[in-house]
Write a new protein. Sequence first.
Length: 312
Amino acid sequence: MKTAIKFIALCLVLTTTRAFAVKVETFSTSSKNVALVESESSFSYEFDVEGSYFGKGDVQRGETGNLRITDFDGAQARVRFILTPMTKIGILRLGIATEVYSFGFGGNAPVPNDLHSTAMIIGLDTQLSDSFLIRIEAQPGFYGTAFDDFGQDTFNVPVVIGGTYIFNSGFQVVFGLGIDGLRQYPVLPGGGIRWKFAPQWTLNAVAPTPRLEYEVNSNFTLYAGADLRLNSYRVDKQFGTMRGDASLNHAVITYNEMRAGMGLDWKITSAIKFSLEGGFIPFREFDFHRTQVRYHQDGGVPYGMMALHAAF
C-alpha cells in the first residue's frame, strides 16, 4: 500500500512537466476525412498518468466465506509514455508503461499486497480505407509482484487488436480482441458503438469503458459509466510456501475489477486533458484460476480516480 501511495505521488509530480481487461480505444475525430493526421510537432508523443484510491472492504473465499480478508484499502497508479511518429504505413506507437495495484492486506495474506507490471509498448495505428482504422499493439514486459522475481515466468506479451469503422462523424462501430496467455480465457472480445445522438450527448458504449457523455461546452464533458479491468500476473516463487500452500508458488493470479461511477473531463488545452472520477466498485476478484483458489469481494467499496492525458 505504501509503495502505491509513493508511486501516485511521483505520478503527480511528473504531470507538472510537459512530456502521458481488453482495451479498445476509439479513434476520435470530428470528420471521417481526418482519421489519421500527421502531428504538427516533429517530436510527437503521448503521456498518461493515473491514480486511484479504493475504500476499505472485504474479500472472501468460497460460497460460505469461511476464509476472509477484512477491512483493507488499496490504491492503483499508472504512468505511460508513447512516441507516436508518423510513417508511410501509419502512426507507430513506441513507448513504456508501468502500473501497480497495492492493497493493505498486511502480513502473510493469501493474496499478494502488490501487483506490478512494467512493459514496452510496440504498436501501429493505420487505416485500411478512409472509413476503416485499425490498431495492433503488443505490450511485452514484466507482470508479477516484485522485480527481484523477473524472469521467463513473469515475462508476458499481451496483445490488443482493435479497429473503428467510421460511418460518419456522429456514428462509429468499434471492435477489438485482447490476447493474454496468462488469463483463464486467453482471448477476449471488446468493442461497441459510439453514437452522438444529440448535439451535446454521446453514447460511447465501447467495452471495457462504456459511458454516456454530456458536453457542457468545448472544454468540459460530464460522463457516467463503467470501467472493466482484467489483468494477470505471476506471484513469486515462495508465495505459496510462506502461506502453507505450495501449489501457489509462482502461480498466476488474475485481478478482475468493475468500476461504476461519474466523472468530469476538462480539456485544459487542445493537447492536455484532466479527468476526475468517483463511484463504486460492486465487483472485484483475485483468481488463482489454475489452482482453483478464488477470493471475491463481499459487498462494494467506494473509489476515486484522477488522470492526466497529454498528446503533442
